[in-house]
Design a protein around this ligand. Sequence first.
Ligand SMILES: NC(=O)c1ccc[n+]([C@@H]2O[C@H](COP(=O)([O-])OP(=O)(O)OC[C@H]3O[C@@H](n4cnc5c(N)ncnc54)[C@H](OP(=O)(O)O)[C@@H]3O)[C@@H](O)[C@H]2O)c1
Length: 224
Amino acid sequence: MNKTVLITGASRGIGLALAKQFIDKGFTVIGTSRTGVLPNSTTNKLIAQKLNLPERQSRVELAKWLTEKDIKIDILINNAGIGPDLGADKPEEESYKNTFEVNTTGTVFFTELILPHIKKEGKVINISSKMGSIESCGTTDSVAYRMSKAALNMYTKILTNRPRDTQEVAAIHPGWVRTTISESTSKNAPLSAEQSARGIIDFVMGDFKTGTFWNVEAKEEIGW
Ligand SMILES: NC(=O)c1ccc[n+]([C@@H]2O[C@H](COP(=O)([O-])OP(=O)(O)OC[C@H]3O[C@@H](n4cnc5c(N)ncnc54)[C@H](OP(=O)(O)O)[C@@H]3O)[C@@H](O)[C@H]2O)c1
């Protein structure tokens, strides 16, 4: 049976690699970007949709489109994220707000709108970061990014506690991956987006325990 995955932030990096690999596995992919355009979207298995997470209207439009098309989602992957203060010593108000608007507030309220469109046996995957692990934090940098992902982790846990939701939920650290999220990442990260996406898909398609925080790079659970 044809399965559908909705991936936010599918225009580049990990999201784009995920989109390509899910298509190869026979999925229909609904991929989002702020422009509503995705690279090489020539296959009818890839449906590009516009989404700017901080904008309520943009989130509502996408949910409305799902209703109009009567689309039921098998897997939601909240992948879109930004890290303007990655590596910075101190928080700066504007980038702090932007980070939370995308990584946390936008993602939470987008998910709330999409949950009714996800099949009961479906999955919700939040692409977090081990930088959001409170347990393993021993440093002072990237305040907004770390805090936004820690908050996303808490949302992941809360979703697993909701008795009305039967979907499986997990947070994933995708590894340190060469993408444009930061300058250092684009130059120094050991994993390609394709390698990371493969690890994410292996985990998502496997029989994971709901409420897991999973490190794709180390193939092990991370403490929250
Ligand atoms: N790369 C790493 O080493 C690493 C490590 C840990 C966690 N992560 C997490 O992995 C996820 C993907 O990151 P990446 O490294 O692949 O980053 P990336 O290459 O910079 O891609 C980010 C994606 O997010 C989308 N996006 C940005 N702002 C948005 C907004 N306002 N509304 C909706 N979508 C928006 C972008 O789409 P448009 O700009 O086209 O709209 C793009 O597709 C993020 O959540 C990141 O925190 C990455």
